[in-house]
Design a binder for this molecule. Structure first.
Ligand code: UGA
Length: 459
């Protein structure tokens, strides 16, 4: 069992904060992660703005972290199953379907250990009807007198804004079987959220609708980004400005302004995984046109990353061999140290293939993570070889020293506030900035002397 604490940690911390009468225990088999949650200097295993203050307020009061999974199960009335559901790497559905091994193991453990009735809440993102499999396993293995109700309660928080998203969510979604017992269980969980979430924002639906809504929400969010990124290619070819197009389109209240920021490509642990999951589901249901539609969202995202790297090479006079490229940002988005599916990984791999020298800087991502990601991205190359081409700098200024080009891969605020005059003075000329996040003040940088290429701008 491998509980995911990236998202369940903040969720449980906020429940503990808002419900002082409820004892919340996060159990995880990973000793070092639990130690980090319990550390005296609050060096938590994840970086999430605002989280540390909540853990400080609640830890030891009604929020506990432990590796004793069995005790956690036995003591609880309500159990959130927040385990990893990565994309399968082999077997049926490899590359698309979710690997439900951890969900099954966790469910079997609950059945084996529980001595009283429980409400089991599916928190991980799972394919439709997983709850049914969980129920079958629990029913077949439960002890006498133990009744299990299954709920689906997908997580909608985004990394970097997790605490705000949890404190004032657009909605909380709870899916249950439409039986009297199912509805009762649903009400028990709704009562937990009702401590701080207005009643009209707590939506209760059927189990399968709840499971599919999670995949649908992520697919539609990612689809917006791929749509705006597809348009960014047209902008670059025509001289239109993608920010202006997004602004004009987003002013239509039916479309709305959010999630229309063109970028070098979306990353994160969820969008790609969930869409591939939806593609697999559609194929399994013999709906090839539906599968192809969603698959294109991911393909466009890959195209966007390739297109961006190619623009760098084309602009630097068709070769970057031996040239120093500073990559600013390695996380998949700002305000997180998470690098899963980060566009920066793909860009650096492309630059390595072109035999450039790459210097990376990220304010949050630890060095070991960068090396691990780059090694995984190029399994045929040894880490020593990678280190001959790639290095890590302790600051943006140092990363840019003597570089031919700067690539902005993550929208960290501090990159907007760099001393650009100083950066320019220390770069080889012509000095290029490739802004993959529409972050910098293009006119200001041009005045300093930079040649600036932004996503979705032809100039
Ligand atoms: C996403 C969803 O936004 C959450 O609602 C969901 O709960 C979560 O997945 C999940 O399933 O766990 P997250 O991946 O943390 O959250 O981050 P997002 O803010 O959605 O960003 C994802 C990627 O899209 C990032 O690389 C970001 O830079 C990129 N993005 C986002 C854009 O390129 N343009 C935008 O306009 C918005």
């Amino acid at each position: 069992m491998a509980p995911v604490v990236v998202k369940s940690g903040p969720t449980c911390a906020v429940i503990a904060l808002k419900c002082p009468n409820i004892k919340v225990t996060i159990v995880d088999l990973n000793q070092s992660r639990v130690d980090a949650w319990n550390s005296s200097d609050f060096a938590l295993p994840i970086y999430e703005p605002g989280l540390v203050d909540i853990v400080k307020a609640c830890r030891g009061r009604n929020l506990f972290f432990s590796t004793d999974v069995d005790k956690g199960i036995q003591e609880a009335d309500l159990i959130f199953v927040s385990v990893n559901t990565p994309t399968k790497k082999s077997g049926v559905g490899a590359g698309f379907a979710a690997d439900l091994n951890y969900v099954e193991l966790a469910t079997r453990r609950i059945a084996a250990v529980a001595t009283t009735s429980k409400i089991v809440v599916e928190k991980s993102t799972v394919p439709c009807r997983t709850a049914e499999s969980m129920r079958t396993i629990l029913d077949a293995n439960s002890k006498k007198g133990c009744d299990f109700q299954i709920l689906s309660n997908p997580e909608f928080l985004a990394e970097g804004t997790a605490i705000n998203d949890l404190l004032s969510p657009d909605r909380v979604l709870i899916g249950s079987l439409q039986t009297p017992e199912g509805r009762d269980a649903c009400e028990s969980l709704a009562n937990v959220y009702a401590h701080w979430v207005p009643k009209e924002r707590i939506l209760t639906v059927g189990l399968w609708s709840s499971e599919l809504s999670k995949l649908a929400a992520n697919a539609m969010l990612a689809q917006r980004i791929s749509s705006i990124n597809a348009l960014s290619a047209i902008c670059e070819a025509t001289g239109a400005n993608i920010d202006e197009v997004a602004y004009a389109v987003g002013k239509d209240s039916r479309v709305g302004p959010k999630f229309l920021k063109a970028s070098v490509g979306f990353g994160g642990s969820c969008f790609q995984k969930d869409i591939l999951n939806l593609v697999y589901l559609s194929e399994s249901l013999h709906l090839p046109e539906v599968a192809a539609y969603w698959k294109q969202v991911v393909q466009l995202n890959e195209y966007q990353k390739r297109r961006f790297s190619k623009r760098v090479v084309d602009t630097l006079f068709n070769t970057i061999t031996g040239k120093k490229i500073a990559v600013l940002g390695f996380a998949f988005k700002a305000d997180t140290g998470d690098t899963r599916e980060s566009a920066a990984i793909t860009l650096i791999k492309h630059f390595q293939e072109e035999r450039a020298r790459v210097v990376v800087y990220d304010p949050q991502v630890v060095e070991s993570q960068i090396w691990m990601d780059l090694s995984e991205a190029s399994p045929d190359i040894s880490l020593d070889q990678i280190k001959k081409q790639v290095s890590i700098a302790p600051s943006a200024l140092e990363a840019c020293h003597n570089a031919e080009a700067i690539v902005i891969a993550t929208e960290w605020k501090e990159f907007r506030e760099i001393n650009w005059e100083l950066v320019y003075a220390n770069m080889n000329k012509p000095a290029f900035v490739f802004d993959g996040r529409l972050l910098v003040d293009v006119e200001k940088l041009k005045q300093i002397g930079f040649k600036v290429m932004s996503i979705g701008r032809g100039d």
